[in-house]
Design a protein around this ligand. Structure first.
Ligand code: ADP
Length: 159
């Protein structure tokens, strides 16, 4: 069975990768779908986020990347995929994820959202916090792969 893992991945972190690894052990194919969350303004372009995610997943043979704009349920309908994976870190994720999962179900009843929890060492990690730390010159090497760290450094050097 195929599953889609959608997100903005701005930028990809070890938390996202932990989830991708877990999902790749359960599903035959995992499609990581990189998109824009209208509630968040992305720092990295869609092309850059896709490029970084491509490098990040290169060791997982059953994981591929795609991009989308618009509603994820339309993407799922087009690709005939019924499973959406989302990550749950803390209670704070619950409210938004719960609303989104049930709204998607109302719009497309055949879709099932599966929530996965990362290793506890990643349960506090967010792309937002990493961008903040990096912008203040902090070391983010424990949180993101080296090529993402490079990109964050480049971004802040240019500012
Ligand atoms: P979005 O903007 O769509 O919420 P994100 O890139 O922030 O996209 O996150 C994509 C998905 O990955 C979300 O379900 C989010 O809860 C989950 N996620 C983000 N960071 C982590 C983490 N550290 N551990 C597990 N899941 C995470």
């Amino acid at each position: 069975m195929k599953a889609v893992y959608p997100g903005s991945f701005d930028p990809p972190t070890y938390g996202h990768l932990d989830l991708i690894k877990r999902a790749s052990q359960i599903f035959e194919q995992v499609i990581v779908v990189v998109g824009d969350n209208p509630q968040k303004k992305s720092v990295f372009s869609l092309e850059k986020r896709i490029e970084l995610m491509k490098v990040a997943i290169k060791d997982f043979p059953n994981v591929c990347i795609d991009k989308f704009t618009g509603l994820i349920i339309d993407y799922l309908k087009n690709k005939n995929v019924k499973i959406v994976i989302r990550g749950l870190r803390a209670i704070s994720d619950f409210e938004y994820e719960f609303q989104m999962a049930l709204t998607n179900r109302k719009m497309h009843p055949k879709i099932e959202t599966i929530f996965m929890m990362p290793d506890e060492s990643y349960s506090y990690l967010s792309s937002k916090l990493i961008k903040e730390v990096a912008s203040l010159g902090g070391d983010v090497s424990q949180f993101v792969p080296p090529f993402v760290e490079e990109e964050l450094k480049r971004l802040h050097a240019a500012r």
